[in-house]
Design a protein around this ligand. Structure first.
Ligand SMILES: C[S@@+](CC[C@H](N)C(=O)[O-])C[C@H]1O[C@@H](n2cnc3c(N)ncnc32)[C@H](O)[C@@H]1O
Length: 281
């Protein structure tokens, strides 16, 4: 008889709070369970789906639970493949999210416990293209864009392999969204493991500019800390930036956009009977 599941779970470090058989809940850093019910997923019945930046696989398992025929869970496993600001990397040469080995190990344990058929694919977003993967009917990307130097480039890569529709789910700057409702503004952080802190208008504009049609947006969804997270003291929270205070009390504010790739109309055939004119003459 093998080691009981709860003991194997306890030995690992968890990012996601996952419900496993036998009433076991993994001690995650974040708890995405309540948000999952409010993300505007289309029907996934019979679809081939991709989860980008899967970590312990919460969203990949959620898509399988919603009836996807096939789910591919993409992530990197070599910390050098994370697109961190070079300064952060140079000052913390051995750092990664939690040791990416642990992240993958936890994913595989959850997959086994859930008797899941989700397939893990080790690949950087930058390497996604119609030449490297078959197209997907549905793509989910959550919590990744703020970690990319070029989030619009990432969204562009994803559009090229998305045959149907997608959800882009990411963190927003709450005070920046309240103070600047219409103007897209993203703060450059780049001193930690994330580059950008976009307000809601900026996240929306990033998606649009990468060639996606905006279909439907969720309300602001907060992701509370999970049972495994370390909690800062109330005194420390009260002395912090309003965004940190809000995140500490309610959770990190996220928004989910349900989107579709824009398809270019067919090019007009030039009328050969007319002389060609320079574009701006
Ligand atoms: C903050 S976690 C988000 C986890 C999960 N998607 C969610 O929304 O709960 C970011 C994930 O993106 C992955 N990631 C970061 N940069 C990446 C890149 N360039 N290519 C692929 N995955 C990347 C990380 O390894 C990590 O699993």
């Amino acid at each position: 008889l093998g080691e009981p599941l709860f003991k194997r779970v306890a030995k690992l470090r968890w990012y996601h709070t996952l419900e496993l058989p036998g009433g076991i809940v993994t001690p995650g850093d974040v708890d995405t369970r309540a948000a999952a019910g409010r993300v505007p997923f289309p029907s996934l019945e019979g679809k081939r789906c991709l989860d980008i930046g899967t970590m312990n696989g919460f969203w990949a398992f959620e898509m399988e639970r919603r009836g996807a025929a096939e789910v591919v869970a993409l992530d990197v496993e070599d910390p050098r493949d994370l697109d961190w600001p070079p300064r952060t990397r140079l000052l913390n040469p051995n750092a990664s999210y939690e040791s990416l080995d642990h992240v993958a190990e936890a994913f595989h344990l959850a997959r086994e416990a859930l008797d899941s058929r989700v397939e893990r694919l080790v690949m950087r977003i930058d390497d996604l293209s119609p030449a490297t993967v078959d197209g997907f009917d549905f793509v989910f990307i959550g919590g990744v864009l703020v970690h990319l130097r070029d989030p619009i480039g990432g969204l562009d890569r994803i559009r090229e392999i998305c045959l149907g529709d997608a959800i882009v789910f990411d963190l927003i700057d709450l005070t920046g969204s309240l103070l600047s409702r219409r103007t897209p503004r993203a703060t450059l952080d780049a001193r930690h493991v994330w580059w950008w802190s976009p307000n809601l208008a900026a996240l929306t504009r990033m998606i649009e500019s990468a060639g996606w049609e905006l279909v439907k947006r969720s309300p602001v969804l907060t992701l509370p800390r999970g049972p495994g997270a370390t909690r800062p003291s109330l005194g420390r929270l009260l002395r912090s930036h309003p965004n940190m205070l809000f995140a500490g009390l309610a959770g990190d504010p996220h928004v989910a956009w349900y989107v579709r790739p824009l398809r270019a109309p067919p090019l007009d055939r030039p009328d050969e009977s007319k002389p060609l004119r320079a574009p701006f003459s």
